[in-house]
Design a protein around this ligand. Sequence first.
Ligand code: CA
Length: 183
Amino acid sequence: MTSTSFGSPPARTILVIEDEAAIADAIAARLRSEGYAVEIAADGPAGVSRCTEIQPDAVVLDLMLPGLDGLEVCERIQANRAVPVLMLTARREESDRIKGLTIGADDYLTKPFSPPELVLRVAAILRRAKAGQQEAADVKQLGPLRIDTTAHRVTVDGREIDLTPTEFKLLLTLAERRGRVQA
Ligand code: CA
């Protein structure tokens, strides 16, 4: 818990999966000083189970880990739920870095990195994840047709259309079967 914030939302939890204690501690200290709640797991399997237990808002994940490597961990934690992942790599792991991004890491940072840089990256993946979830959950876009399922608002080319609740429901059903919609 932090006492540094005034009127801000509850601290978001970051899970740091890193086997080098000095690096893990440095990352944790920095993130805590920025108001995050931080948990550390020191190997791959511990990271996966900790992630299930605490449901963190984001994960900082080292690529080279004992037990399961970072790519494997990334796949497993993404299988359960979408959680933003910042992958940590060493310079020699360049090609793995790219691979990591393609299997679900949201961003990567090459060691050695500066703590302020890490904090910026974590904030960025949290922001993007939030925006992405919001968009996916709330809005369906089909060509000029845009259906906001939360606000129950439908627009075509930006112009709002009035629909009864029944019409709205019908349109939504049709939109979910994309191919049949005549926009
Ligand atoms: Ca490592």
